[in-house]
Design a protein around this ligand. Sequence first.
Ligand SMILES: *Cc1c(COP(=O)(O)O)cnc(C)c1O
Length: 463
Amino acid sequence: MAQGPGGYETIIEPFRIKSVEQLRMTTRAERERLLAAAGWNLFLVRAEDVLIDLLTDSGTSSMSAEQWAGIMRGDESYAGSRSFFAFEAEVRRITGFANVIPTHQGRAAEKILFNVLHRPGGVYLGNTHFDTTRANIEYLGDEAVDLPIPEGVVPARIHPFKGNIDLARLEADLARHGERVCGVILTVTNNSGGGQPVSMANIREASRLARAHGALFILDACRFAENAYFIQQREEGCAGRGILEIAQEMFSYADAATMSAKKDGLANIGGFLACHDDELAAQARNLLILTEGFPTYGGLAGRDLEAIAQGLREVLDPDYLRYRVRSVAYFCEKLQARGVPLILPPGGHAVFIDAGAFLDFLPREQFPGVVLANELYLAGGIRGVEIGTLMFGKRDPATGRTIHPPMELVRLAVPRRVYTQSHVDYAAEVILDVHARRRGLRGLRLVHEAPFLRHFTARLEPV
Ligand SMILES: *Cc1c(COP(=O)(O)O)cnc(C)c1O
């Protein structure tokens, strides 16, 4: 399997390091004290008390020397900034959309688009709506329906494009909801479903069905480059094609796209909304001015627009993408070889541990995902995030019992260009150690919860 430079097997980080950020080592005794003080909730631990922070891949990328140079070149003019036109040109080159509207994050683009598309009883159909996407849709009183393929929700089931939408259910739901469908949204890669890619054939067919029903076809494009790389590697007839060309074809099927530049923009902040239709864009710009800013900066500084423009060029580099996807797969392989239960095959941006299977002797009321995430911190200073009962469990108002989400996961998201192979080796060693002594772990109980998004502020204690 020669995939590295010069025909060698080793995939190297395709960069060298010019500026370093010191990591702070702590002892297990210190971490026990810190975690207890944080109510056994890793969201309440300070970042400087974490050794390897895998909480999210959002906004945590290292910027390149060229991006930092762009930061210095940034034009901070209120209107018509040069940096806006550099940004607009890059987004147009990749997406082909005439209208490019900058926003401070992806969720701002979502909020504006869904406000424009809103109609009474509106429905969106998608592979799996990301949580901010769903929240913005539901806030307007519209409905978000997830239609993943059946393989997409079984952790151990291997499929090359587990992020695909179920086309038969999409067609049936389009017919059933008729006029009420505001849009069809494909999230590439499918973040909530394990960072799994969507195939070109699936994008093409979903677009055809949406357009045949007169519904807008939208890409949630946060990880469009990782998705394009998976298409190049896995889809019939795509092996010889360039990443840019694949990305351009993906966007060619869409009427609009939302994007968080904190992911495949390789930037620390930013996003955009882009579309073909001038009337839709005009309505979006009217809302943009109310909450984000003038259409040539939209909630960003000129320097941010420069950093994103450069980041969008760099993210399409095949050497970068090969290293990116390979390093996540390498992390997974080390764990899989020793029997750690995972979502497979590896996705593009994170390792997802099946915490329900890992700690199958703990009842879900005792938060096995949180127990596992906490032990990875106590053992090795690693911070991941539970995606399970604490994050998504809902209390049934009738019975008072908790309704559990389908999967109990711990996500270890890999920031872009931040950690090296030795960091991954270390993290894998910690996880394997915890796996070997998992039977000794104890459950947790909730002592405080807020009415909404309780995982951010919950406090727990060992049972
Ligand atoms: C991060 C993300 C968003 C929201 O973007 P923000 O920049 O965090 O507001 C939307 N969709 C997906 C798939 C994401 O991963």
